[in-house]
Design a protein around this ligand. Structure first.
Ligand code: T4K
Length: 409
């Protein structure tokens, strides 16, 4: 418990947490069940290349999402690249600036031009209205991200893509186990791409999956995932190595068995944060909105410095010194990262406002309600002593935003 500003670890006091509390600490399922699956893999001596565990995982993903086809891949970034190739995209792809940089990098990596759009202030999502403003004669696809385990406006985006005859892809890296009403994420657009990276709701160490209802696309993606091979010595397509291996698939299956436990832990954590921060001025938690299943994977706070009297970055610095490794995902916005920031970019005011305010707090099975109360006590303390802390740190808000090259008028 901090009594004075000098008690804060950032000014030499004792850390609240001896061991760091991370955003993205992996959720882990049953260890014995995983070991058993690994033993079976050893016994079969079949480690990768469309093995039985990968097939079992694909069947499970198809079952959970309701998609006709599910393809396990080595990670979501390569999954997005594969989809871009599979859909034979060219020219420009409209995507949100407020997303993990991999969304844009995957398009750029395969020779496409990511065209950044602003996002809705309230949802953090690419909306159809905003995406429409960025469509040009060179646009061949829209790539929208379901951020923070919440679906974006799939119906409006589907209508927009249809109207302009564009392909529609969803970056569903955060959205495994999420639904729109009764319909799970995994069946929208031409394809959706999940991530099973270690930090994700369900992890396979590294990994991902593509889901689609398009039979021809699925056929091509399967070839492309394995160098284009259709059999011994038979290459039918340009391809790469995007395969998931058996140990990753085993990890994903074991973790999928524990999805209910992970979801409950995340929901309880979010409720604990919400209750504890409800009366802290200027610190607002995003609340999952709409109907359907959520995985509550991220606890997303926004800090309004005009009300807190202390910047988001000062709060972050204090928390990190105390062992709370909160994050600013996806600061400063993909459009402000290389190579994009060195090119002309539009001004994206909503993205930049979110980037200046967002603070992602640790959740998942590694966080207990007691841990969360310690975190929220710290935030409450920092806000209560905002001016003193800001003065002691000699800081101003968002001082480190990289410059943006705007189009010449
Ligand atoms: N689209 C979106 C919207 C995404 O968010 C992502 C990935 C992708 C696409 C691409 O998906 P993949 O190609 O990765 O499948 C992380 C992850 O590396 C990245 O997967 C994720 N999004 C992004 C939001 O976060 P970092 O560099 O900030 O996190 P990292 O890996 O350093 O982990 C964060 C913290 O978690 C660590 O400081 C400590 C803790 N941690 C992490 C790992 C991996 C552990 O305690 N144990 C671990 O094993 O990017």
């Amino acid at each position: 418990m901090k009594r004075s500003v000098e008690d804060l670890a950032i000014f030499g006091g004792t850390r609240t947490f001896a061991e760091d509390k991370h955003v993205g600490r992996p959720n882990l399922g049953d260890r014995a069940a995983f070991h058993k699956k690994i033993d079976e893999i050893f016994d079969r001596v079949w480690l990768t290349n469309d093995g039985p565990v990968v097939r079992e995982l694909e069947a499970r993903i198809a079952n959970i999402t309701g998609a006709r086809h599910a393809l396990a891949v080595c990670n979501a970034t390569v999954g997005l690249e594969l989809v871009a190739h599979g859909l034979e995209l060219s020219g420009e792809v409209v995507l949100p600036a407020w997303t993990f940089v991999a969304t844009a990098h995957a398009m750029r990596w395969v020779g496409l031009t990511p065209v950044f759009s602003d996002v809705e202030r309230s949802t953090h999502h690419l909306s159809a209205e905003l995406a429409a403003r960025r469509i040009t004669p060179r646009t061949t696809a829209i790539l929208a991200t379901h951020l923070w385990g919440e679906p974006c406006d799939v119906d409006a985006l589907t209508a927009l893509a249809k109207k302009h005859r564009l392909k529609l892809i969803f970056d569903a890296a955060h959205a495994f186990g999420v639904g729109v009403g009764q319909r799970p994420i995994g069946t929208f657009g031409d394809a959706e791409v999940f991530s099973f990276h270690g930090t994700k709701f369900v992890n396979s160490f590294e990994g991902g999956a593509i889901t689609t209802n398009d039979d021809e696309l699925a056929r091509r993606l399967r070839l492309m995932r394995n160098f284009g091979f259709a059999g011994f010595d038979l290459v039918l397509h340009l391809g790469t190595n995007a395969k998931m291996h058996e140990a990753s698939a085993a990890m994903a299956l074991v973790n999928m068995d524990a999805m209910g436990v992970f979801m409950t832990a995340n929901r309880v954590n979010l409720e604990t944060y919400q209750q504890a921060l409800a009366d802290v001025p200027g610190v607002r938690l995003r609340r999952p909105s709409g109907n359907g299943q959520r995985n509550f994977q991220y606890v997303v706070a926004e800090v309004d410095e005009a009300l807190t009297g202390v910047s988001r970055d000062d709060i972050l610095a204090v928390l990190q010194a105390e062992g709370v490794i909160a994050r600013r995902y996806f600061y400063p916005g993909a459009h402000r990262m290389e190579p994009y920031v060195s090119e002309e970019q539009p001004s994206l005011p909503m993205t930049e406002e979110i980037a200046a305010q967002v603070l992602i707090l640790p959740t998942g099975t590694a966080m207990s309600p007691v841990d969360i109360c310690l975190v929220t006590d710290l935030i409450r303390f920092v806000v209560a002593h905002g001016p003193a802390i800001a003065a002691a740190r000699g800081s101003g808000a968002a001082a480190h935003m990289p410059p943006l090259r705007l189009p010449r008028s």
